[in-house]
Design a protein around this ligand. Structure first.
Ligand SMILES: [Mg+2]
Length: 215
């Protein structure tokens, strides 16, 4: 590859092999999770609207959520090597997540990767088991997603010539249209195929390093 490269990666289901956000919400939300999840998956509501409802129905305090999160703790075993690979090649690396900062920070730090920059929604513990969710990376012009990954990607254009995008889910579909190279699995890979969008399939981060090395 020539020019300055940035690798942007999703977190849930991508760096973490499990969807931690999904599990945390299921565990701590007191209400009908399935209906809300279906509305999001079918595109009836965006993630910001879903998170607003989730925050009003979630009962949690930080210690219990931290214990639960670290109990799940399922990072792709090839990810730390991939992060080192990016550093060695001089590639920038950042995480873009429509999940919550609380568990992303905990898991990255637990693996000694706390220096990785990430963009996500922000969970606040307000005491008395009440929480709120803030959206520092939302896009007022669209307003669907809590974190607008497309906007973050486009903002990075001023610094980077090539942007590589890695993901697996619904929130990754939109930003792939602005990326130079896409790695997908799961829902993202299927959507790229449907939309005739070039996309390399991957199973883990070692596959991605192998393909990047051949470019
Ligand atoms: Mg994901």
């Amino acid at each position: 590859m020539t020019g300055k490269t940035l690798v942007l990666s999703d977190f849930d289901g991508t760096i973490s092999t499990q969807d931690i956000g999904h599990e945390v919400i299921k565990r701590f939300m007191k209400g009908d999770w399935r209906e809300l999840d279906d509305s999001y998956a079918s595109g009836k509501i965006g993630s910001m609207a879903a998170y607003r409802r989730i925050a009003s129905l979630m009962k949690a305090e930080s210690r219990e959520m931290a214990e639960y999160t670290l109990g799940l703790n399922t990072m792709d075993p090839t990810f730390a090597d991939f992060y080192r690979f990016c550093k060695q090649r001089g590639f920038g690396f950042k995480v873009v997540s429509d999940g919550l900062d609380f568990y992303i920070r905990l898991i990255l730090e637990r693996h000694g990767l706390g220096d990785i920059e990430f963009f996500s929604n922000v969970l606040r513990f307000n005491g008395g088991f009440s929480v709120s969710i803030e959206f520092p990376c939302s896009n007022d012009e669209c307003g669907r997603c809590g974190t607008c990954k497309s906007m973050i990607l486009q903002n990075e254009r001023s610094e980077y010539e090539r942007i590589v995008y890695i993901g697996d889910g619904y929130s990754d579909v939109c930003p792939t249209q602005y990326a130079d190279m896409v790695f997908g699995k799961g829902i993202l890979y299927e959507k790229c195929r449907q939309n005739s969008r070039a996309c390399f399939h991957y199973s883990n981060f070692r596959d991605i390093a192998d393909i990047l090395d051949r470019q």
